[in-house]
Design a protein around this ligand. Structure first.
Ligand code: PXL
Length: 274
């Protein structure tokens, strides 16, 4: 069985980061080793939150995994609780990366043209450095503009998207996926794998969907590790995220803080078998 180490926060409530990665990667038939960067009561989109930083624990966890000779088919990162953790994560990647390890960085910094609480320009600069270690990066549109040091726009056309993808790949990752692109009534992603560009869209729902980037990234990485070709893996990630949004829109009791991805998990298993 393949094994992924995923380094991100554990938000007790919020349907993001590890509480999304663990069920999705496990349902994909892949072992998920969650390495928490912080424990939060709830994600930072709530009016208040408690956060316990685990920076000092990362080297200790790393030391034990190394002593037990644990290896990983992929290493992924999501929300990182502070700048000082980025250097520790770079060290983790150096230590655990083998020839065949896929390094997937989701440079979580903001959404809808706004940065998350505590994210600064200095943080973005460190994140550019982390992206240089990646095989794949998956910024949303807000993060893509932030990484490029450009002003956010919500409607880049395909020509601008291609320029952005190429410029982002110059940070060091061969493969770049920009998520959260709106096209009429659809939402999807644009990608460049070093040779080819493609765009994949699914139906957009008229609901606020926090955490969809985390869901998309976990499904994309899982589909790639399950041996799907890159474009097929993108279709699975877009298809699953759209299905999760459909369940959310249909639920009159949906929570404000996340999407009903749990109800779409049987569909993920079907998509991965197709
Ligand atoms: O979904 C991204 C994310 C992850 N982790 C935490 C967050 C957010 C977005 O707000 O606050 C703690």
């Amino acid at each position: 069985m393949k094994r992924i180490a995923t380094i991100q926060d554990f938000s007790c409530v919020g349907k993001c980061s590890l509480t999304v990665a663990l069920p999705i990667i496990s349902a994909s038939g892949i072992e998920c080793c969650g390495i928490p960067t912080a424990v939060l009561s709830n994600h930072t989109g709530f009016p208040s939150f408690y956060s316990h930083d685990l920076t000092e624990d990362i080297p200790r966890i790393c030391g034990q995994l190394s002593a037990h000779k644990i290896s990983f088919d992929a290493i992924s990162t999501g929300y990182i609780a502070g700048i000082s953790q980025i250097s520790l994560i770079e060290k983790f990647i150096r230590e655990f990366r083998s020839e065949s390890t896929l390094v997937f960085i989701d440079p979580v910094m903001g959404d809808y043209g706004r940065l998350y609480s505590q994210i600064t320009e200095r943080y973005a600069e460190k994140m550019r450095g982390l992206c240089a270690h990646a095989d794949i990066i998956s910024p949303n549109l807000t993060e893509a503009y932030m990484l490029l040091g450009k002003t956010y726009r919500d409607d880049p056309d395909s020509v601008e998207l291609r320029d952005m993808l190429k410029e982002l790949s110059e940070l060091g990752a061969k493969t770049v996926v920009i998520t959260g692109i709106l096209r009429g009534g659809d939402i999807g992603c644009a990608a460049f794998d070093g040779n080819d560009f493609c765009e994949v869209y699914g139906e957009r729902q008229d609901v606020f969907c926090s955490g969809t980037g985390d869901i998309f990234a976990s499904v994309l990485l899982s589909a790639i590790l399950r041996g799907k070709g890159f474009e097929k893996a993108l279709e699975i990630a877009v298809g699953f995220t759209a299905e999760a949004a459909r369940f959310t829109a249909a639920d009159p009791d949906r929570p404000f803080y996340g999407v009903n991805f749990e109800q779409a998990i049987p569909y993920l298993i079907k998509l991965l078998e197709s």
